[in-house]
Design a protein around this ligand. Structure first.
Ligand code: SF4
Length: 64
């Protein structure tokens, strides 16, 4: 699976970087920096939590 950011929706809350640190970092303004779009099997639970927590509905977890 992979994580995608909808940049038209993201407004830089920075929450996702805390919840999915395996894949996402944060720039100085709070916007995500995607280190790796591929979500490892043991990180899927973290990814689902990040998607659910995004207040802008800007994260998606999709199947490859
Ligand atoms: S939690 Fe959502 S709105 Fe906030 S930085 Fe991440 S993707 Fe953007």
């Amino acid at each position: 699976m992979r994580i995608e950011v909808d940049w038209t929706r993201c407004d830089g809350h920075g929450l996702c970087a805390l919840l999915l640190a395996e894949n996402l970092g944060s720039d100085p303004d709070g916007y995500p920096v995607v280190h790796d779009t591929a979500v490892a099997r043991d990180s899927v639970r973290h990814a689902r939590r990040a998607v659910a927590a995004c207040p802008a509905l800007a994260l998606r977890l999709v199947r490859d």
